[in-house]
Ligand binder design. Structure first.
Ligand code: NAD
Length: 489
């Protein structure tokens, strides 16, 4: 088994010498590698290096920094197959999904690199003679990037690209579930020309390195994506230190199907939204509200598609649903489904861990469709992070909208309808960060902002034309320059 190390201005073991292991979720007998189990001492060293390296990086022109990112984009794109294979081995998603994730991360690097060429401020008139006012964006310093397991390349790409092009240095702490994927991304960034000290990489099995980053006095801001529980801790830790936090967290996303919808299209989008990535997407469709007249038909269409999905190792060409990332995750999903059934819901498809001998050593769960008679308040509060979707009949559009918003989360939502007015009403009234019309709840493009509200996200959004805002401060510069040959007073 291969051993991998942190990257702190060069490859280095954890100071304690401790390591942890990661196994393949498709077959837990296979080990992916052994990684540095970092402590606060390793974080301290990484932040110290990043603080020093940031000065030289910030002194380079934004266009020069953007060139490094554009090269990284090309390298990522070319490595989609190889890097995708690492994602599959570590996280479990299928090869097609994994390679697709890498290609989309390359698009993020490309897009964010292009932002460096856009105006970064404005020029303003002053009330004082001979004075011009202008604004410019300045980097914050060394920032922390803390990322989840489920998109081990795509989610980090939002944060790394924006932080770096803006002139910050980064200490990145990946999920303990996907440490090898991060190492491969880091290697590509270094190959693209990123100076070694500008990005530190610190792995760990426990919460210690993440906590140490948030509380480290050298860290100027934290961009975090992950669960609500940890996001809350990160946010409070940053508030105590008076630094910025960008926290993107979970979702419990609804899809509404109105009676006039194209039901084949809606069913395909619900199945895609609920089960792609084995349902381990913050944007996944968890709840479907369907108008009464078409409910039976929609349940039949979704059920047939869900039951036909092929579950298996992500390395097998015709697999559509890979394993969950860990055994603990599969157990959590199993328990959540059992609680729904206890609360009165009915299983339409799946609901269990598969029993096939070939899947015995993996963290699999069947694609599951649950029929909900009425909304379970506990279910509305919970994010079941796996291939599970609930379908509930509603009387009309108004009830569907109320239920869509009756959750503490606010990440994304979809509506399926041929009625322009109903679609627009939904877009304006759904309390979410992203609304999809006749499309799955999933799917992100870098040109537009991404993020949630309520318990799904707080702080400035990621991506879109203002992606650099979180990682910069806007400085106002007042310039007094003699424009006439008179004497200044
Ligand atoms: P997680 O919260 O368990 O872990 C996220 C990261 O935080 C990991 O790197 C982890 O090691 C680190 N961490 C753990 N304890 C910490 C602490 N006390 N202080 C600082 N860092 C700490 O999340 P996960 O299970 O890896 O990811 C799944 C979650 O992420 C889901 O809730 C999903 O919805 C969410 N997610 C959200 C988005 C989004 O953009 N909104 C995108 C992807 C995933």
């Amino acid at each position: 088994m291969s051993a991998y190390r942190n990257h702190i201005a060069g490859w280095r073991d954890a100071e304690s010498g401790r390591t942890f292991r990661r196994t393949d979720p498709a077959d837990r007998r296979r080990e992916v590698g052994e990684f540095a189990d970092s402590s606060a001492a390793d974080v301290d060293r990484a932040v110290t290096e990043a603080v020093v390296a940031q000065r030289g990086w910030a002194a380079r022109s934004p266009i020069d920094r953007a060139r490094v990112l554009a090269r990284a984009a090309a390298l990522l794109d070319a490595a989609a197959g190889d890097l995708g294979a690492v994602i599959t081995a570590e996280e479990g998603k299928t090869r097609v999904e994994a390679a697709g994730e890498v290609v989309r991360a390359a698009e993020v690097f490309d897009y964010v690199a292009a932002l460096a060429r856009l105006p970064e401020g404005g020029v303003f008139a002053s009330s004082r003679p001979e004075v011009t006012l202008r604004t410019m964006r300045r980097p914050l310093g060394a920032v922390a990037v803390i990322t989840p397991f489920n998109f081990p390349v795509f989610v980090p790409s939002f944060k790394l690209a924006a932080a770096l092009v803006a002139g910050n240095s980064v200490v990145w702490k990946p999920s303990p579930v996907t440490p090898l994927t991060g190492i491969r991304v880091l290697e590509l960034l270094l190959e693209a020309g990123l100076p070694a000290g500008v990005i530190g990489y610190v792995t760990g099995a426990s919460a210690e390195p993440g906590e140490a980053l948030v509380s480290h006095p050298g860290i100027a801001a934290v961009s975090f994506t992950g669960s609500g529980a940890v996001g809350g801790l990160v946010e409070r830790g940053c508030a105590e230190r008076g630094i910025r936090a960008q926290v993107e967290m979970g979702g419990n996303n609804a899809a509404v199907v109105l009676a006039d919808a194209d039901l084949e299209l809606a069913a395909a989008a619900v199945v895609d939204g609920a089960f792609s990535g084995t349902g381990q997407k913050c944007t996944a469709t968890r709840r479907v509200y369907v108008e009464r007249g078409v409910a039976d038909k929609l349940v039949e269409l979704v059920g047939a598609r869900a039951a036909a999905l092929r579950v298996g190792p992500g390395t097998v060409a015709d697999t559509e649903i890979g394993p969950l990332a860990t055994d603990a995750a599969a157990t959590r999903v199993e328990e959540a489904v059992a609680r729904r059934v206890d609360a009165g819901a009915q299983l339409a498809v799946g609901g269990h861990r598969p029993t096939a001998a070939a899947l015995r050593h993996g963290c699999y769960f069947e694609p599951t469709v649950i029929l909900e008679r009425e909304s379970d308040p506990a279910g509305l509060r919970e994010e079941v992070f796996g291939p599970v979707v609930g379908i509930q009949e509603v009387a009309d559009e108004t009830e569907a909208l109320e239920l869509t918003n009756a959750t503490p989360f606010g990440l994304c939502a979809s509506v399926f309808t041929d009625n322009l007015h109903a679609a627009e009403r939904f877009a304006r009234r759904a309390v979410v960060g992203v609304v999809n019309i006749n499309l799955p709840t999933t799917g992100i493009e870098p040109q537009v902002p991404f993020g949630g509200l309520k318990e799904s996200g707080r702080g400035p959004k990621e991506l879109g034309p203002r992606a650099l805002d979180f990682f910069t401060h806007e400085a106002t510069v007042a310039v007094r320059a003699r424009t006439e040959t008179t004497t200044l007073r």
